[in-house]
Design a protein around this ligand. Sequence first.
Ligand code: ZN
Length: 198
Amino acid sequence: MLTAEELLTKRIAVNKSMVADPLILEALDLIEWAINERELREYILNFRNSYGVKQFLQTCDSNLTILRKFVQGAEHGTEIDYEWDYLVDYFTSDGDIIGYTEEDSNEINLNTTYLQRDLPEICNTLVHEFCHLVGMEHSFYNPGFTIWKQTAPYAIGQYVQYMIERKMGLDARPPFFPTATWGRRVAYKIKRLFKRLF
Ligand SMILES: [Zn+2]
């Protein structure tokens, strides 16, 4: 198993052999750049949620485990190959689902309605969906976007978007999560403690 330091530098490949769409290929090139930057890996390793805890929300995984899943590229628990393998398929809907993945397939399904957005946002969606393929989750119940945004798929996707926007010379701001009030922070820590005990 790679150490934390090795996880910060291990090269990740992006398999583009199963993708034909020029727009997605362009996105994958940018993603391959971003995911190999130490800056992104350090962001994952040092992520701190608004409750002051070094962990993404809605997961039991430590930041190190999340980074390991991200780097290892073992989709659905398949072999560790340090390569992101995925296929892309499309659907069209007026709804608010931008993309989705399924349990047993490496296919990322993209809503064509949302392909009109800027390239960095499409990269965000692709990285978010890839995080699902390697076992990162978030609840589908919407407890408010401030919570959702601090789950691994959302926060990592958002940070990649920020890095690519910056690289392209666009207006770019890193994801920011205001710190919860003292009372809410204590309540959160007690809740976590109880989860661990029982
Ligand atoms: Zn998702």
